[in-house]
Design a binder for this molecule. Structure first.
Ligand code: PMP
Length: 461
C-alpha cells in the first residue's frame, strides 16, 4: 500500500519513522502511502487521490472517521479536563461512566473494567490478571496458558507470546515458551483431509481435552481466544466449537479469556460476539479498536465480579500493582462514550446484520474467479484466501506476496483492502451501504482478475 511521493512529509517519514510491522527492504524502496484526510470510509492521500477504506483503518474505524460530533466531544473534554491521574483513589467522570456502560453491555457478571492504551495492553493486563487471580486464590501452579495457532493477541512481550501466528513469531524476538501452549487453528477450510465440519470440531475438542490431561487442569490458568480469529485469517470456528471449549474450561476451572479487540462494538453485529453469536460467557474480555472507533487510543480488560471478589478479598495489604499513566484517560473515555451513543442512536448493530448478509452474499460470487480458494468471515469481518490450486488448496509461494499484489491493484482503483500474505482482509466501517458493498466487491474482483493476468503474463502460474 504505497506509492512514491516526494513531499517533505513523505521524505521525513521515510527517513525517520520506523513503522510497526514494516519490512525494512520494501520500505526503503517504496516508502508509505501518505494519507491526509478522512470522512466516513473515504480517505485522501497527499495528492488528493481518494480511496474507499474497506479495512476500516485496522479493524477499528467502526462509526467512520471525520464526525463533527466526535470532534466536539473530544474538544469539549480537552477544554474541561484533558488529563486526570487514575491511580489509587483518583478518578474522572468519563472513565467512571464508561465503566458503568461497559458493564451494562458486557455479558454475564462481567462488571469490572481495567483501562489500558490499546489491545495489546488489554491482553497484557488479562495475562497479569490471570496470574494475580490464581495466586490470590492459592493456586500458584495454575499459570499455564492455552491459545491457538493462528491467533493474534498483540505486540507486547506477553501478547506476542500468546499469539500463535507462526509468520509473526520471527526468530529475532524472544517469547515466553514454557508456559504457553498453542492448539490447532480452528480453520474449517484447512481441516485435515476427509473431515467434515462436525468431525473437525470433535477433533479440536478432543485435542483440548488431551492437552488438559497432559498438563493437568491444576496447572492451567486460562484459555485465550478470539471468538472469530482476525488477522490470523478471519476464521469462524466450526459450529459449536467456542461453546464446547468454554464448557470444558468451566469443567476444568480454566478462565476463558475472549479477545474481542476486533469482534466487539458491532464488527459482527453485536456489542460482544462471545455471548450473542456463540453463547459463551467469558470470565475476561479484552477490547479496544471499535471502543473509540479509532478516534483516540483506548483499551479495556473487562472481568467478572467473581474474579474481582477473589482478588479484592482477604489480604488487606494487597493491591493490583499494575496500571498506566493513561489508564482511564478522560478524553479517550469521553470519545468512547460518544462512540457508543452513536452506534446505539444510528442502530449500527442491526445495520451490520442486514448489510453484512448482503456483503457475505456478494463476496461469495468471487469464488468463481481464478486464484480464489475461500471466501469467509462474518458480516463486516470478511476475507478472501488466494491459492494456486483450488482443488488441492495449495498456496502460491510466499515470496509472490499475492495478497499485496492484489491489494496494490485494488488501490490503483481506489479501494483499500488489507493484504496478509495470501489473504485480502476487509473490516469496513459499520456505516457501509449496499452501494459501497457493490463497489468493494467489484473492485476487489477486478483486482484479482488483473493480478491473475499479471501472473500469467510473467509466467508465474
Ligand atoms: N487482539 C486482537 C484480536 C487484535 O486484532 C489486535 C490488533 N490487531 C490486538 C489484540 C492488539 O491490539 P493493539 O494493536 O491495539 O495493541
Amino acid at each position: 500500500m504505497s506509492k512514491v511521493m516526494s513531499s517533505e512529509s513523505w521524505q521525513a517519514d521515510k527517513r525517520h519513522w520506523m513503522h510497526p510491522w514494516t519490512h525494512f527492504d520494501s520500505f526503503k524502496d517504496e516508502g508509505s502511502l501518505m494519507l491526509t484526510r478522512a470522512k466516513g470510509a473515504r480517505l485522501w492521500d497527499e495528492q488528493g487521490t481518494s480511496y474507499f477504506d474497506a479495512v476500516g483503518g485496522l479493524w477499528c474505524t467502526n462509526i467512520g472517521l471525520g464526525r463533527e460530533e466526535m470532534a466536539e466531544t473530544i474538544a469539549e473534554q480537552v477544554r474541561e479536563m484533558a488529563y486526570a491521574n487514575p491511580f489509587v483513589d483518583m478518578s474522572n467522570v468519563p472513565a467512571a461512566q464508561l465503566a458503568k456502560k461497559l458493564a451494562e453491555l458486557a455479558p454475564g457478571d462481567v462488571n469490572r473494567v481495567f483501562y489500558s492504551c490499546g489491545g495489546s495492553t488489554a491482553i497484557d493486563t488479562a495475562f497479569r490478571l490471570v496470574h494475580f487471580y490464581q495466586n490470590c486464590r492459592g493456586k500458584p501452579a495454575k499459570k499455564h496458558i492455552l491459545a491457538r495457532k493462528g491467533g493474534y493477541h498483540g505486540s507486547t512481550y506477553a501478547a506476542m507470546s500468546i499469539t500463535g501466528k507462526s509468520g509473526d513469531k520471527i526468530p529475532e524476538f524472544d517469547y515466553i515458551q514454557d508456559t504457553i501452549h498453542h492448539l490447532s487453528c480452528p480453520n474449517p477450510y484447512r481441516a485435515p483431509a476427509g473431515m467434515d465440519e462436525q468431525q473437525f470440531c470433535d477433533f479440536l475438542v478432543d485435542e483440548f481435552k488431551q492437552k488438559v490431561a497432559e498438563l493437568g487442569a491444576d496447572k492451567i490458568g486460562a484459555f485465550f481466544a478470539e471468538p472469530i480469529l482476525g488477522s490470523g485469517g478471519v476464521i469462524v470456528p466450526p459450529e459449536g466449537y467456542n461453546c464446547r471449549i468454554w464448557e470444558l474450561c468451566q469443567e476444568n476451572d480454566i478462565l476463558f479469556v475472549a479477545d474481542e479487540v476486533v469482534t466487539a462494538f458491532g464488527r459482527v453485529g453485536h456489542w460482544f460476539a462471545s455471548e450473542d453469536l456463540f453463547g459463551v460467557q467469558p470470565d475476561i474480555i479484552t477490547c479496544a479498536k471499535g471502543l473509540t472507533s479509532g478516534y483516540l487510543p483506548l483499551g479495556a480488560t473487562l472481568f467478572s465480579d467473581r474474579i474481582y471478589d477473589v482478588i479484592a478479598t482477604g489480604d488487606a495489604d494487597r493491591y493490583f500493582a499494575s496500571g498506566y499513566t493513561y489508564s482511564g484517560h478522560p478524553v479517550a473515555c469521553a470519545a468512547a462514550l460518544k462512540n457508543i451513543e452513536i452506534i446505539e442512536r444510528e442502530n449500527l448493530l442491526s445495520r451490520v446484520v442486514e448489510v453484512g448478509a448482503y456483503f457475505e452474499q456478494r463476496l461469495q460470487t468471487l469464488r468463481d474467479l481464478p486464484l480464489v480458494g475461500d471466501v469467509r468471515g462474518k458480516r463486516f469481518m470478511m476475507c478472501v484466501e488466494n491459492v494456486a490450486d483450488r482443488n488441492t488448496k495449495q498456496l502460491l509461494p510466499d515470496e509472490l506476496n499475492i495478497g499485496k499484489w492484489i491489494s496494490d491493484r485494488a488501490e490503483q482503483n481506489g479501494l483499500i483492502v488489507r493484504p496478509i500474505v495470501h489473504l485480502n482482509v476487509m473490516s469496513p466501517p459499520l456505516t457501509m451501504s449496499r452501494k459501497d458493498v457493490d463497489f468493494v466487491v467489484d473492485k476487489l474482483g477486478a483486482a484479482i482478475e488483473h493480478t491473475y493476468h499479471d501472473l500469467q503474463k510473467e509466467g508465474l502460474i
